[in-house]
Design a binder for this molecule. Sequence first.
Ligand SMILES: [Zn+2]
Ligand SMILES: [Zn+2]
Length: 369
Amino acid sequence: MAKYSCKNCGAELFFDPKKGKLHCDYCGTDYDPSEYAYKPEPDAAAGAAKDQTIAQPGNEGTGADAAATDEKATDDSTGNLVVYKCPNCGAEVITSKDTVATTCVYCNRAITLEGNLAGTFRPDYVVPFEKDRKDVEAAYLSLCKKSILTPRLFTKQATIKKIKGMYIPYWLYSFDGDASIQVLGKNTRMWTTGDTEFTETSSYSVSEEATGSFRYIPADALKGMDNVLMDSIEPFDFSKMKSFNPAFLAGFYTQKWDDDSKTNEPRAKNRAKESLANAAMANVGSFDEMHIQQENFTWTNNKAEYAMLPLWMMYTEYKGKNYIFGMNGQTGKIMGKIPKDPMRIAEIIGGVLIISQIIMMIIRVLGVM
Ligand SMILES: [Zn+2]
Ligand SMILES: [Zn+2]
């Protein structure tokens, strides 16, 4: 378990999205995550990484041997739970066996399970949080105020119960693509001479090619997630992506991928196909009728990289019901919906359901909240 302690006062550090640094609440010192060097373990079976620069009471190892199952708390997607002893307060933290980062429910200590960051589970990149808890609350409240459909009391009475930041494991695909398409174009001309109507049809066979370089097309790496819904979290700004360092996870929750890069590759390729085909078609010219006769795509320089992308989740309660919101942790794009006036519910129920679905899916799959 890697710990991020203040080199000044020894207190625990958490990643501060506003500063992009590890921050000490006690003495106010900030540290660049790179100051806590990351030495990845070569294989998943290795024990906990022991970073000598970080004081750590009671090394407990990974706790992987102390695996315990709890039928009640087990969710259907992961099945196995493990118990880790918090190195700070000694309490037992129950978590999914796939957990990479979490916090102790008793003392809030950030816990990183390095064994789940080893080998093929070692992320290449992280898109750090830029929005913090206050941003989540503010965005939510302004959404409530803006909507004329919001029941008046909701804004006042809804109580924010929980805000949780998490990293979702994603595959990022990069490749070059070539498309060649063959299109049959038809033009029809009609005219009348005297009593006779003439129709002339001209056919053209047109071949066009388009090439493109694609960089970081994202696809979530969790089996239980609905792919179409997960795509709605986008876009992310990958120009601000950093090389992975678990220091970025301090205070957040995440788990390792369970859906491999090969399985998800077609999602990225389909997006690329569409944009290449559109580019090629743009050069074909215009005809009265067009039929694509042949389409060929070739891909080179294929690369799949593993990245952690940030998401905030918020839980509120209104009249005994729970409402859940999601926000892109980098851009602040809100995914949640506020409860609507029943008079208008029929119109917008679709949108609300989709949002609830995605949030419930995240909760189910990640086992958080
Ligand atoms: Zn300090
Ligand atoms: Zn603890």
